[in-house]
Design a protein around this ligand. Structure first.
Ligand code: NAG
Ligand code: NAG
Ligand code: NAG
Ligand code: NAG
Ligand code: NAG
Ligand code: NAG
Ligand code: NAG
Ligand code: NAG
Ligand code: NAG
Ligand code: NAG
Length: 650
């Protein structure tokens, strides 16, 4: 139901203005606000407002570039920005809040307003967004009795704490207080997941208690999605194909209290990318039919006085380990580090062809001269080969990491860890041989070593993950390096998102349970200091094929011309020797790389680099070194997407 407070305020205002009409008004919950709607239009201070929107999430964009990205949105003709908020980044540990840097979402909304944009808030708590666990903090799974996205007291309690804290940040930025925030989304495509109205109502109450803008739901344009996701009194909107979606809304949402102007809340110009050797980059570039269809759809929406938001207008980057995943038919599909999404404004903030084409469509509907000129973005910079030298093997840095000793393996979350890797070590008490089996399945990529020699890879992104056969003598060390590839963000599987080893490790056909584990939490928020210092002798570092992961280190200087905009120093970091790993520049985790593609280079924003002649430090953790004593990095000024054969494919 709609906010009690705003209903009361509406009645008070109406009583003050014309007490008789108050009783005749059915839409009392919106008439009072600066932003409201009737059955045809959104209304901003009483005048029709057509939302020409695009999605752009602050937490995926370097803060120093927020303004440039917002200016590019205005310059394409958008008047509204839609933003997901990622709870896991705001509350990384229960009760520990972080609104610094890219998490300062209020600062982003203030900039949006300065640049002439309104904002639609999509606070979750569940947002999907191809983000780790759809935005839920990993620690949520450790709260007793937790059941996400349901009418569950622990879930609603944690959600309430989050929404209250977020509201404190952005309350003053709501339209009724003179800010840019027009409305807020309730849940996110809930109809694709469930249909529990008690839950939706409880969540709506939490949102309404904390925000005074009206709520809307956004679901797929089909009967079951709309039936499950709609809530009485809350405006129901659709996403996806606008023609079928709008027709479905008109047909299947019959409760007049959920009707209003039509908004396609996620018009997909293209789609996201996942890691796989047979998965090419999603783009409209060179696909005339696809881009013409998008332009026709947007033109159709605008010509009917309806509203849209492009998903994505600008995707940005899944920094570090922020990416989500989905379960495909039987295997995990992990989203790439890049969230370029083939969007009109590419990952580096440069306009693509379809940016200009969409701008032309929008311009037809606006008075001449109302869309600002497109600001010129400088070209990206090219960086010649930088040589990176091995510094230390990951297995020689174990002192740096938090160690837990236990009889049986503990999951990543049970260790209090959210992202990255966990190394599980077991010393054989007697000789044992056979297949290594993980009780809770492979979560998600497990490199198996015996005495630091790689035996094989078990990976849930493969349709048929291999099952490794090992042979241990007494005192041999079995090492399982387990990588969290990103928690599932969509569908029913998101209920069970625990990483690391879940359950017992057994070996052999008699299912011997291995006991006695040394467990190292490698969240990699900080890098071991030995990874950045060249050892006196490189002999001791085993970079051979089949050895343990190795840190490589190097540095480069950029043009000393500090008068140039940081954007001109942007580049795409390519690691041609790399198989799979993680890269940092000046301590910033740029994310995962993986030779299989389609992503072959990592976005390095110039604003992460030092000015002038100071060196910029590059660190790479290569998980599967191939004997390279020199590892090369290059900065590309033009991005290439392609796929390589997977050297680990079973
Ligand atoms: C929209 O509202 C107006 C005025 O309340 C009403 O006359 C009209 O029938 C409504 N139209 C639809 C399509 O519901
Ligand atoms: C509700 O959550 C808060 C903080 O998130 C916590 O301190 C409190 O114990 C929780 N209450 C219940 C009943 O779970
Ligand atoms: C909101 O509405 C009030 C009352 O109509 C008006 O005085 C105020 O200027 C409006 N606020 C904005 C930001 O337009
Ligand atoms: C990639 O290969 C897998 C396994 O054979 C298959 O299921 C999947 O559909 C393929 N994906 C693409 C994009 O071709
Ligand atoms: C859209 O709005 C304009 C201006 O209010 C009006 O002239 C036009 O008839 C409307 N078009 C449709 C399809 O409703
Ligand atoms: C970027 O490079 C292209 C081709 O090298 C050149 O034509 C263009 O003028 C450059 N743009 C800017 C903004 O420097
Ligand atoms: C692991 O094995 C031990 C000993 O067999 C057993 O008591 C325990 O329940 C097992 N744990 C799990 C999670 O299966
Ligand atoms: C167990 O494995 C060994 C060799 O790996 C084999 O000889 C034996 O027959 C197997 N036992 C059973 C019960 O499968
Ligand atoms: C180094 O990397 C390249 C891939 O760029 C690979 O072909 C080569 O075999 C690697 N190993 C050595 C010893 O150079
Ligand atoms: C580099 O210089 C620009 C202004 O020229 C400044 O805005 C920026 O903060 C500087 N960056 C660093 C890393 O010092």
């Amino acid at each position: 139901m709609k906010p009690v407070t705003s209903i009361i305020r509406a009645i008070l205002i109406l009583l003050a203005v014309s007490p008789l009409n108050a009783l005749a008004t059915s839409n009392e919950h919106v008439d009072n606000a600066n932003f409201s709607y009737n059955n045809r239009s959104f209304l901003l201070n009483g005048a029709p407002y057509q939302i020409i929107g695009g999605q752009m999430d602050p937490q995926r964009i370097p803060r120093a570039y927020w303004r440039q990205r917002l200016q590019m949105a205005r310059a394409m003709g958008l008047n509204t920005i839609f933003s997901y908020i990622f709870w896991n980044r705001l509350e990384p540990q229960p009760g520990k809040w972080d609104f610094s840097d890219q998490n300062d979402v209020a600062a982003y909304f203030r900039l949006a307003q300065e640049e002439g944009l309104h904002v639609v808030l999509r606070p979750g708590p569940y947002v999907c967004g191809e983000h780790d666990w759809g935005g839920f903090p990993a620690w949520l799974s450790q709260v007793p009795g937790m059941e996400v996205r349901s009418n569950n007291a622990p879930f609603l309690n944690a959600s309430k704490t989050y929404i209250q804290r977020l509201a404190k940040e952005v309350q003053a930025l709501q339209v009724n207080n003179g800010g840019p925030i027009l409305m807020a989304q309730l849940e996110n495509e809930y109809g694709s997941f469930g249909s529990d109205k008690t839950y939706l109502k409880a969540l709506a109450t939490i949102l309404s208690d904390n925000f005074d803008v009206f709520l809307y739901t956004n679901d797929g344009g089909g009967e079951s999605y709309l039936a499950g996701g709609q809530l009485q009194g809350v405006l129901a909107e659709i996403d996806g194909d606008p023609k079928t979606g709008f027709a479905a809304r008109d047909k299947y949402v019959t409760d007049s209290s959920s009707l209003g102007p039509l908004l396609d809340g996620e018009y997909y110009v293209t789609w996201l990318d996942s890691w796989a050797s047979n998965y090419s980059h999603e783009t409209d570039s060179g696909d005339t039919a696809a881009s013409q269809q998008a332009l026709k759809d947007l033109d159709w929406i605008l010509s009917n006085n309806n509203s849209f938001s492009l998903y994505m207008f600008h995707g940005g980057t899944n920094w570090g380990f922020d990416n989500g995943a989905i379960w495909g038919s039987s295997y995990l599909e992990a989203v790439t580090t890049s969230y370029d999404y083939g969007a009109p404004l590419d990952e580096s903030g440069r306009p693509t062809n379809i940016y200009y084409q969409i701008r032309d469509v929008i311009a037809k509907y606006l008075p001449d001269g109302t869309i600002p000129d497109v600001p010129i973005a400088p070209n990206l910079t090219q960086v010649a080969e930088i040589s990176l030298k091995p510094t230390v093997s990951l297995f020689d840095t174990l002192d740096f990491f938090h160690k837990t000793s236990a009889d049986y393996p503990l999951s990543m979350e049970a260790l209090g860890q959210s992202y990255g890797f966990v190394l599980y070590e077991h010393i054989a008490k007697t000789s044992v041989q056979g297949k290594v089996t993980l009780g809770g399945g492979i979560r998600d990529r497990v490199i198996v070593y015996v005495n630091s020699i790689r035996i094989g890879v078990m990976d849930s992104t493969y349709a048929a993950p291999s099952s490794e056969q090992v042979s241990l003598q007494k005192d041999d060390c079995l090492q399982l390096l387990v990588e969290n590839l990103g928690r599932v963000d969509y569908a029913q599987q998101l209920k069970d998102q625990i990483k690391g080893v879940v359950g017992n490790v057994t070996m052999g056909n008699e299912s011997t349970v291995l006991t006695g584990w040394s467990i190292y939490s490698m969240e990699l928020d900080n890098i071991p200091p030995s990874a950045t210092t060249q050892p006196s002798s490189q002999k001791s570092i085993h970079v051979g094929s089949g050895g343990p992961p190795v840190f490589y280190h190097g540095s480069y200087a950029i043009s000393p011309d500090v008068s140039q905009s940081p954007l001109s120093r942007d580049t795409f970091l390519s690691l041609p020797n790399g198989v799979k790993g993680v890269a940092w520049v000046n301590g910033r985790n740029l994310g995962r790389y993986w030779t299989i593609g389609p992503q072959q280079s990592l976005y390095v924003p110039g604003c992460f680099l030092n000015n002038g002649t100071d060196l910029n430090e590059i660190i790479v953790l290569e998980l599967e070194p191939r004997g390279n004593t020199t590892f090369f990095a290059k900065g590309l000024s033009t991005r290439h997407w392609f796929n390589n054969f997977d050297p680990d494919a079973p």
